[in-house]
Write a protein that binds this ligand. Structure first.
Ligand code: G3P
Ligand code: CA
Length: 341
């Protein structure tokens, strides 16, 4: 009898230990500050990045575009109009579509602009009216090098290792203008020590050709994230995002990338008539191919109509779908959610 009890106790201890090992091996989801703490300060300013850092983001996101003189700046759009005062500062420099393109301006010119909260260019109104007031404050554009130096400096002074999550914006557009954004960014990352997967860095792009070049032409071991959009967002693009979401598409992605960055609505599709959340199999199929899943973009002020608050959406994606991290404009809210799990 004593032997039997002892056997079951030992077995229970062994099972518990194995479970603990598995649980501790599972990584916590990561918080990726989308354009910084952009829910609170104008996107991609150093101020929004410092705030995101202080809020406990694991990674800060950088969208990257090249200037006329080949400098990598941290900027989301190919044109400057939605978040800067370029139109008043440089009259006569727009293209025929009325927009002022980053690639037509020298770095010194771009650094002289003021940055403001994002405008919807269709009506010239703030895209997110409850956010930082339009036209207030003293914000500037900065280079990728400037931002890396700030993050690495903070990592030293606070003894942390917050990472960078760099997106190559429209490599094809850059190529059409005789610019190689892949080469420029990889050179810069190397200069700042991001040379192996043990350094806290991801490279992301919607363009699979750019990622394949990094993997095969540069033999880079840096983790790559295939962003997945919708085919109707950029009808002229050669990318097939519908295919990327299939099992075969994910298998192909797994030959060059470490993970995917899908639009969150490609995972959560809404609620049925009984109010039950519905999901695609994208996250599950990606996991089966060994791909990490980082959906974009979670916003407390940009939720689907059937979702009550950010925590509900976080629960659906992180707990139900077990995604590996999220891009968010509100890194403090995601950090808070994770701390209560
Ligand atoms: O990079 C993930 C997410 O940021 C993609 O969307 O347009 O905000 O760069 P976008
Ligand atoms: Ca991005």
């Amino acid at each position: 009898m004593i032997c039997k009890k002892l056997f079951f106790s030992c077995a229970a201890v062994l099972v518990f230990s194995a479970y603990s090992l598995i649980v501790s091996a599972a990584k916590d989801p990561i918080v990726i500050a989308h354009r910084g703490a952009s829910g609170y300060l104008p996107e991609h300013t150093l101020e929004s990045k410092a705030m995101a850092y202080a809020m406990g983001a694991d990674y800060l996101e950088q969208d990257v575009v090249l200037t006329k003189d080949d400098h990598a700046i941290v900027f989301h759009d190919l044109y400057l109009d939605a978040v800067t005062d370029v139109a008043t500062r440089f009259p006569g420099r727009a293209r025929s579509d009325g927009k002022h393109y980053v690639i037509d301006f020298l770095l010194t010119e771009i650094l002289s602009l003021y940055v403001h909260e994002r405008l919807d260019l269709k009506n010239n109104q703030s895209k997110f009216p409850q956010r930082f007031p339009h036209g207030k404050g003293l914000f500037r554009v900065h280079t990728l090098a400037d931002e890396i130096e700030m993050i690495q400096g903070l990592n030293q002074s606070t003894n942390q290792s917050v990472g960078i999550f760099v997106e190559l914006k429209d490599p094809e557009w850059h190529k059409q203008h005789n610019k190689d954004i892949v080469a420029v960014v990889l050179k810069l990352l190397k200069e700042y020590g991001y040379t192996s997967p043990s350094t806290p860095v991801y490279i992301q792009s919607f363009d699979s050709n750019a990622l394949k070049r990094i993997k095969h032409e540069y033999n880079s071991s840096l983790p790559l994230i295939q962003l997945i959009g919708e085919n109707n967002w950029w009808p002229e693009s050669a990318m097939d995002y519908t295919f990327m979401q299939t099992k075969e598409g994910l298998r192909e992605i797994s030959t060059y990338a470490a993970g995917i960055g899908p639009w969150f609505k490609q995972i959560y599709t809404g609620k049925n008539s009984k109010g039950h959340p519905q999901f695609t199999e994208l996250a599950k199929h990606a996991r089966e191919k060994g791909l990490a899943v980082f959906p974009y973009t979670l916003r407390a002020d940009g939720l689907p109509k059937d979702i009550s608050d950010l925590n509900e959406l976080l629960h659906l994606l992180l707990d139900s779908q077990k995604v590996d991290g999220v891009f968010t404009d509100f890194p403090d809210a995601v950090r808070q959610f994770l701390s209560t799990r």
